[in-house]
Write a protein that binds this ligand. Structure first.
Ligand SMILES: [Zn+2]
Ligand SMILES: [Zn+2]
Length: 132
């Protein structure tokens, strides 16, 4: 492929053309276009992703899960900083205001007050006499 052809392929990709359409348009074989596009990391149509820790641009692998961090060390730093928000292992023990039984809520910011939804209903709406 000539440089001009490569440019044209990239232009058409940006316009959203499929491989076959580009192939017809430029008279280049579909396989050539495919392998060129796969090798070429330059794709301006892709959304840019930035590291949540340092803000550096993170290169994404197509078809893979979104990468949120530029490196493992950035991931660790971020998780350590946000541990209280993300750590599901932290839990608190509470006692249910309705039935008095002890139960465990996960996450530091959980607002759960009752052991179960039915206890919540009974406590808020006054048990059987009111609940219908
Ligand atoms: Zn980073
Ligand atoms: Zn309860």
């Amino acid at each position: 492929m000539t440089n001009l052809e490569k440019r044209q392929v990239m232009d058409l990709r940006e316009k959203g053309y499929g491989y076959i359409r580009i192939s017809n348009e430029l008279g280049i074989s579909v396989n050539t276009i495919k392998s060129f596009c796969r090798r070429s990391l330059v794709s301006k149509t892709d959304d840019k992703h930035y590291c949540r820790c340092c803000g550096k641009e993170v290169e994404q692998t197509k078809g893979r899960k979104e990468k949120k961090f530029c490196s493992d060390s950035c991931r660790m730093k971020w998780w350590n900083r946000n541990l209280d928000k993300v750590d599901r292992r932290t839990y608190q023990s509470k006692s249910c205001p309705n039935c008095g039984s002890e139960f465990t809520v996960y996450g530091t910011f959980s607002k759960k007050k009752y052991c179960s939804h039915s206890c919540y209903i009974k406590f808020r709406f006054g048990g059987d006499s009111h609940a219908k």
